[in-house]
Ligand binder design. Structure first.
Ligand SMILES: O=C(O)CCC(=O)C(=O)O
Ligand SMILES: [Fe+2]
Length: 356
């Protein structure tokens, strides 16, 4: 990636501003009560999590229980992997058959992102329909594609994902409690999870005012656990006024965001919030995102306990299989139409995609 190809250039309204607003407001939550259970402390924590989900859709956590050495190991492995020549990385490139692996041509809302990524499934293989055509009968399996080098890359990735998965599931328990539900309310959805871990590399960009590392978007799963390095660049759209707020790097903290599936389960009590990544011309940036996704056979719909006559379901049920296959099979190329979104299943705003 040298000069800025027009494919990367954002429309004027989406270009990053030169002035940065750093996020004082994004809550920093101490999870230590989880590990020294005192019922009173957990109550306070649940309240904090609920408020953060409602007000921001984003928060950072410290004392989260993920060992620092696992994070350091995957960060080193990621740097070594991305530092290899392109032809080496292209050996494990993602395509319509192998939906996880390396890619350097992701588009978000039809503009190319200034980044390269490596994805792997947390549980594999996953048995899926061979295409996202309606009525597809043929099945195929999704597998991880591991690079030959650097050595210990696979081990670093797998160990990291196991630890972050525990944190993600604990957070789902706290979120359930914050919605007035039993702690294990969401547990069964993740028994056969389709979670993905993504290594992101944002190279130096000669024109950071024109392009974005990843354009504005919402994550589609349940929640995301993100490790960003010390460079910074993640921006969150503040709910109160729509301003883009920079999330300040906090050493060894994780950034958590509510994603689309929680928005639907909670019947819009918690929103999935837009975010994006600004790149820079002096420092390359790395991040690791763990997307906690439900099982393929999940029918995503507002939880019955959270809906009633006064507050009817705002979404029609939709199949996670359909949603994720659509996203994974299309996210590496320019689309003619907008990608699948939860509002396509909104009861009020259904513009034609049937919820099968
Ligand atoms: O790199 C980051 O800080 C965020 C990446 C992100 O939002 C994503 O991969 O969905
Ligand atoms: Fe994201």
């Amino acid at each position: 990636m040298g000069e800025v190809d027009p494919a990367f250039i954002q429309d004027l309204e989406h270009r990053p501003k030169l002035s940065i607003i750093e996020a004082e407001g994004i809550p920093l939550i101490d999870l230590s009560p989880l590990y020294a259970p005192d019922p009173k402390a957990i109550e306070g924590l649940v309240r904090e999590i609920g408020n953060a989900c409602k007000d921001w859709g984003f928060f950072q956590v410290i004392n989260h229980g993920v060992p620092l050495d696992k994070r350091e190991k995957i960060e080193i492995a990621a740097r070594k992997f991305f530092a290899q020549p392109l032809e080496e990385k292209m050996k494990i490139r993602r395509d319509e058959k192998n939906v996880v692996g390396y890619n350097d041509t992701d588009h978000t809302k039809n503009v190319r992102d200034w980044k390269e990524v490596y994805d792997f499934l947390v549980e594999e293989p996953i048995l899926v329909p061979a295409s996202n055509k309606p009525g597809e009968k043929e099945e195929t399996q999704w597998f991880n594609q591991w690079p030959e080098s650097p050595p210990q890359f696979r081990e670093a990735c797998e160990e990291y994902a196991r630890e972050v998965e525990k944190l993600a599931l604990k957070l789902m328990g706290l979120i359930a409690l914050s919605l007035g539900l039993p702690e294990d309310r969401f547990k069964s959805y993740f028994k056969d999870q389709t979670s993905v871990t993504r290594l992101n590399h944002y190279p130096l960009c000669p024109s950071p005012q024109l392009a974005l590392g990843i354009g504005r978007h919402k994550d589609s799963g349940a929640l995301t656990v993100l490790a960003q390095d010390e460079v910074g660049g993640l921006e969150v759209k503040r709910k109160t006024d729509g301003e883009w707020i920079r999330v300040k790097p906090t050493p060894n903290a994780y950034i958590i965001n509510v994603a689309d599936t929680i928005q639907v389960w909670s019947n819009d009590k918690y929103d999935s919030v837009e975010h994006r990544v600004v790149v820079n011309s002096e420092k390359e940036r790395f991040s690791v995102a763990f997307f906690l996704n439900p099982a393929l056979y999940t029918q995503v719909k507002p939880l019955e306990e959270l809906t009633n006559k006064q507050n009817p379901a705002k979404y029609m049920p939709y199949s996670w299989e359909r949603f994720i296959t659509h996203r994974l099979l299309s996210n590496f190329k320019k689309l003619k139409a907008e990608n699948i979104q939860i509002y396509h299943f909104s009861v009020l705003d259904n513009n034609g995609i049937s919820a099968s």
